[in-house]
Design a protein. Structure first.
Lengths: 173, 685
């Protein structure tokens, strides 16, 4: 107890897999967690303005108090079957760090679940899952009350290198 | 100097102000009538030189202040009528202005320009010395100057320094002056007494002390003047040289009369001449601060006041609202929208500067270039007060220089040719700026030979810009000069045709969201017209609808919008569609195909064709419908996402949704890339 009290919540290390508070959300029956310090806000789903020739999982851009923010669909990103958006569908706005630039990105998920405080001992490294394309998004696994929570590596959710130059896009279209 | 405040920031201000001062000098010098100089102009030029000297001395830029001092001496003689204003004098002064400007810029970069400076200073000294022999009214000056060559070596100076009581109030500090004197030489300062004041009425802000100062070690007179340069108006200063052994009569120097001593070249400076601090500054030539007219700020404050009033008026409806108040609410909202618009205009106005900042360099440029080419040119500037955004202003300079040089080099003829053509010897080059709609229009026109369209046509074919069979109107041919890989110069000259063609001019202007075109009549002259948005942050756009999506097409790119029937469309070789617009065939860009979205209809009959132009290429963009025109605030897509082909940015519409802004040149590129890709696919198949 004493050690926990002495621990400053802001003094911990950053990066996934580290102890700290996590916001969890539901996606296709699984619970995923993101570091709470990366979350900027949670907002309801609004129709986004599509961006021409962007990858399919990029739904478009939304107006977030004057900033133009891209929105991605996590089901689509993970290759999970699409469902119509319902009343619990929310957009979690996260800050992601990529290519030395901080970007604000909205992530559409099925619904928000909970907030947990995780200790180092609760977190395991991601298991080897062979060639599965989506392991790159998994930063770790945690067990909370006998449930498994998949901790997401937020910074890898959009692959900006994936957005090829014009001509390469053209052949795909 | 030893004052320890944020010296870098102050230095920046010094640099900025000095550069402005130099611009004033240059402008004044160019307008000077040889032989009959306007005293007001002379004074303005002199004052600018004087401020640079003073500032340079204060911040320890000795080389600059010494140079400015020599220049000032020359200018002062001209100002006082002691020396006639000659062309040579003006030329030398202009060169000195250039050199000073380079030296001041070098403060930021750390370049060494002492060689050039020394040459010019020697020239200045020569002219000054010369003037004392030949000058018109040297009668007043000789007392000090003529004595100089014969006198015994000066071993030091005695200075009697009697400040006026308000010395402190003017921001001068005697101890700083003494410290600076001590820095350049061994100095003895003794208090020579004080005015009797009774203790009760003693005011600490008034200076009642007098000092005697003795300096040794070969200090130059100018160095002393520099040290006192800021205090000189607030004190009685008597400086006497201490000669080898022979005592000489006192030569009192009052503050208003700058030393008439011939300056000595830089070579024999003592060790005190430390090189100015050379600090590399990261920023480039564009200054990041802005001077705003106080009226604009006041106006802004008034508008914010009005906004607050409107807000309090509207907040009345916050509590219980019933429908009888509806008219009042409507009125309040109308007022709010008016306030907002005015506020927007005023905020934009803060960034607005008169175009004279960009035009200022041209009198000099035209004069020098005209001389170099042996052409007589009369530069006329109209609408210098026209304002435009600072960013646009800074970036429009280079394209304008190119256009002006081009007109001088290729447009205007030599005096002989002009006389032969029955025109006056002196050619006219006109720079004109005016507002039109939300744009600023800048015209560069000359009354020269005009563009030879036959030659342009031949050249275009030769360079492969067009094919020989193409039938083009005269106007279209002339506009070919903006195509990449085109240069009209018969031979590469020093001025234009250095590999920087008109296509670069056009690209630079296009980067600013603008457009350039040319009209020319053979034998009568040519006019280049640049059309630019007033600001880069806001753009006039046309909303177009494709299916569920709205896009904004910049109005500058739109030529016209037409409803075309299917009968005007022809399919060329089964791939690209062309439609006939009067005498032209333009490719059809289907926005729904390029952007991969659903359109209401794919039949040309059902929609509209927006005829847009970019880089001289006209296309018809097929959309479902036109919506309203509006001004939109440009938001970057890249800050949170990535650059996207065919899209230049985004904006937020009145209903809070995001609309994307179409980048017409990018869209055309995207279209051509798609067509090329398609061909490749077909070739494989």
């Amino acid at each position: 107890m004493a050690t926990e009290l002495n621990k400053d919540p802001l003094d911990r290390e950053y990066g996934t897999g580290a102890a700290g508070q996590y916001l969890t959300f539901m996606l296709a029956g699984e619970e995923y967690g993101v570091e709470i310090l990366k979350v900027q806000e949670i907002k309801g789903w609004d129709r986004a303005t599509p961006i021409p020739n962007a990858p399919e999982y990029v739904l478009g851009v939304l107006n977030l108090r004057g900033a133009v923010v891209p929105i991605i669909d996590l089901r689509c990103r993970f290759g999970i079957e699409q469902v119509p958006y319902g009343p619990t569908t929310v957009v979690i706005v996260v800050k992601m760090q990529s290519e030395e630039q901080e970007r604000t990105v909205g992530v559409v998920v099925d619904g928000v679940a909970d907030v947990y405080r995780l200790e180092d001992s609760d977190i395991q490294p991601p298991p080897e899952m062979g060639d599965s394309a989506h392991t790159e998004f998994v930063g770790g696994l945690a067990t909370v009350e006998d449930k498994m929570v998949i901790l997401l590596e937020v910074d890898r959710l959009i692959d900006f290198k994936d957005m090829q130059p014009v001509s390469a896009q053209a052949s795909a279209a | 100097m030893s004052i320890d405040i944020d010296i870098d920031e102050i230095t920046e201000v010094f640099i900025e102000e000095s550069l402005e001062g130099l611009d004033i000098m240059e402008h004044g010098l160019l307008n000077l009538d040889i032989g009959a100089a306007d005293p007001e102009t002379m004074n303005a030029i002199f004052r600018a030189a004087h401020s640079i000297k003073g500032g340079g001395a204060t911040f320890g830029f000795t080389e600059i202040s010494e140079f400015a001092h020599d220049l000032e001496t020359l200018l002062d003689e001209m100002r006082q009528g002691e020396r006639p204003v000659t062309r040579e004098g003006v030329d030398l002064t202009l060169q000195s202005v250039d050199c000073l400007r380079a030296m001041i810029r070098a403060l930021a970069t750390g370049e060494d320009l002492s060689g050039e400076a020394a040459t010019l200073r020697a020239a200045l000294a020569a002219m000054l010395a010369d003037g004392n022999n030949v000058g018109v009214a040297s009668a007043e000056a000789p007392a000090a100057t003529s004595a100089e060559p014969t006198e015994a070596p000066i071993i030091g100076w005695t200075i009697s320094f009697t400040p006026k009581p308000e010395l402190f109030v003017r921001g001068n500090d005697p101890s700083a002056i003494f410290a600076e004197l001590q820095r350049i030489s061994s100095t003895e300062v003794t208090c020579a007494g004080f005015d009797e004041v009774d203790f009760e009425s003693l005011d600490p802000t008034r200076c009642t002390l007098r000092w005697d100062i003795v300096l040794y070690d070969g200090v130059e007179r100018e160095q002393i003047d520099e040290v006192f340069s800021w205090a000189i108006d607030d004190c009685e200063l008597i400086v006497e040289p201490v000669l080898g052994e022979v005592p000489t009569p006192v030569a009192p120097v009052s503050s208003t009369e700058p030393a008439a001593v011939a300056p000595t070249p830089a070579a024999d400076k003592p060790a005190a001449t430390s090189a100015p601090k050379a600090k590399a500054k990261g920023s480039g030539g564009e200054s990041s601060s802005i001077r705003v007219n106080i009226d604009k700020v006041d106006n802004l404050i008034n508008l914010v006041g009005e906004l607050v009033i409107t807000q309090s008026m509207l907040s009345r409806f916050n509590g219980d609202f019933d429908f009888t108040q509806l008219p009042a609410l409507r009125e309040g909202l109308a007022q709010l929208s008016r306030n907002t618009r005015e506020l927007q205009d005023s905020v934009m106005a803060i960034r607005m500067l008169p175009i004279s900042f960009a035009f200022a360099r041209f009198p000099r440029l035209v004069r020098d270039t005209g001389n170099a080419l042996g052409k007589m040119v009369d530069l006329q500037v109209v609408g210098e007060g026209t304002e435009l955004d600072k960013t646009v202003l800074e970036k429009i300079g280079d394209p304008l220089v190119h256009l002006v040089r081009n007109s001088l080099d290729h447009g205007l003829e030599t005096p002989e040719e002009r006389v032969a053509a029955g025109k006056p010897e002196t050619g006219v080059l006109e720079l004109r700026a005016y507002h039109e709609g939300g744009n600023i229009v800048i015209e560069v026109s000359d009354d020269g030979a005009g563009i030879n369209s036959d030659k342009v046509f031949e050249k275009a074919i030769e360079r492969g810009v067009i094919s020989a069979e193409e039938q083009l109107s005269e106007e279209r041919i002339i506009n070919l000069i903006f195509m990449p890989g085109f240069s009209t110069a018969d031979q590469v000259s020093d001025l234009s045709g250095r590999g920087v063609g008109m296509d670069v001019v056009r690209r630079n202007i296009a980067d600013l969201g603008g457009h350039v075109s040319v009209k020319s009549e053979r034998g009568v002259g040519s006019t280049f017209t640049i059309r630019l948005p007033l600001t880069l942050a806001i753009l006039d756009g046309q909303l177009v609808r494709v299916g569920q999506e709205s896009y904004i097409v910049p109005l500058v790119s739109i030529v016209e919008t037409i409803q075309s029937g299917n009968e005007n469309i022809s399919q060329v070789a089964g791939e690209s569609e062309l439609f006939r617009l009067r005498d032209e065939y333009l490719p059809v860009l289907r926005l729904h195909e390029l952007f991969g979205i659903e359109a209401d209809s794919t039949e040309i009959d059902d929609g509209l064709l927006v005829v847009a132009e970019a880089n001289g290429q006209r296309v018809g963009i097929f959309v479902d419908d036109l919506q309203e025109q509006q001004q939109v605030v440009i938001k970057s897509l890249e800050s949170n996402f990535r650059q996207t082909a065919g899209i230049s940015g985004a904006t937020i519409l009145g209903d809070g949704t995001v609309a994307l802004i179409v980048d017409v040149p990018g869209l055309i590129q995207l279209f051509f890339d798609r067509v090329a890709e398609q061909r490749r696919h077909e070739a494989v198949a």
